[in-house]
Design a protein around this ligand. Structure first.
Ligand SMILES: [Fe+2]
Length: 272
């Protein structure tokens, strides 16, 4: 299990949830043996990859089987299904922290930190931007742009401007992230498969962008494809923040995390 002192993720004091963009996500059962945990995470990645492959091939039956496999693996990990604690506390998985019994703790954690995602166990001297914070800042921009894009109606200057901004954000982000995040992760056994999976998803996103470019903005089809793009982007970013970052946090040293953030930022700023 990730050590909360090394992780850049905000973890509830009882260790039951991580907080991602204000939402609680149940962590894996800490009683799982490390080898079992890693095996299940590998299974999960395999099942996820299979969903992508089957979706692209249009094999609905196999896609459903793969989705069931993802769910079953999450249950085995303890992230879904019955809770792994035994004190009778309810499950707040996916609930907003501010609407849960963790609200006071969360408000204090946010108030004392410059970034709600920063590690509350770190001292202020320790807080430097690491690669996870740098990526999250850009992920938030992409989510906002994608949400605004699917709220547009018909061909308009606003639709064109939002699409141009989102396309640039996604392409620059992928171009900077691949050398400054995924390349080092591909050097580690723990994160190699995960990094390949994420890079493959960048290609899926590129294909949807190309499809949008080839579709008339006035046609209803354009909005349908834009919604697919928004779903794909949201899925990709959530998966990175909830799964890849935790594994990467174990694979990379603190020095690497800061150095990668600088290199990533420098490349992104060069595109501004
Ligand atoms: Fe990505």
């Amino acid at each position: 299990m990730p050590d909360s002192k090394q992780s850049a993720t905000l973890i509830t004091p009882d260790g039951r949830y991580i907080v991602v963009r204000g939402r609680l996500w149940r962590r894996a059962n800490p009683a799982l043996k490390s080898a079992d945990h890693e095996r299940l995470v590998r299974d999960l990645m395999g099942a996820r990859r299979e969903i992508g492959t089957t979706r692209r091939s249009g094999d609905c039956a196999r896609e459903i089987t793969s989705r069931k496999r993802v769910h079953a693996t999450k249950v085995a990990l303890g992230e879904r299904g019955p809770v792994w604690w035994s004190d009778g506390a309810p499950d707040y998985n996916r609930k907003l922290a501010k609407n849960s019994p963790y609200a006071r703790w969360y408000a204090r954690a946010c108030a004392s930190m410059p970034d709600e995602h920063a590690n509350i166990t770190a001292s202020h001297e320790d807080i430097v931007m690491d690669i996870f914070e740098a990526l999250r800042q850009d992920h938030d921009k992409q989510r906002t742009l994608a949400d605004k894009l699917v709220a547009t109606h018909g061909a308009s200057d606003e639709r064109e401007a939002l699409f141009t901004d989102l396309r640039r954000e996604l392409k620059d982000h992928a171009a900077a992230k691949e050398p400054h995040f995924y390349a080092p992760l591909m050097q580690h056994d723990l994160t190699q498969d995960r990094a390949r999976h994420s890079v493959a998803e960048h290609h899926d996103i590129d294909e949807l962008i190309e499809k949008l470019e080839d579709t008339e903005q006035t046609s209803p089809q354009w909005l349908a494809v834009a919604k697919q793009l928004q779903e794909q982007v949201t899925h990709h970013l959530d998966e990175e923040e909830q799964e890849v970052f935790q594994m990467a946090s174990k694979a990379l040293t603190d020095k690497q995390k800061s150095a990668l953030a600088k290199d990533y930022r420098r490349q992104m700023d060069g595109h501004d």
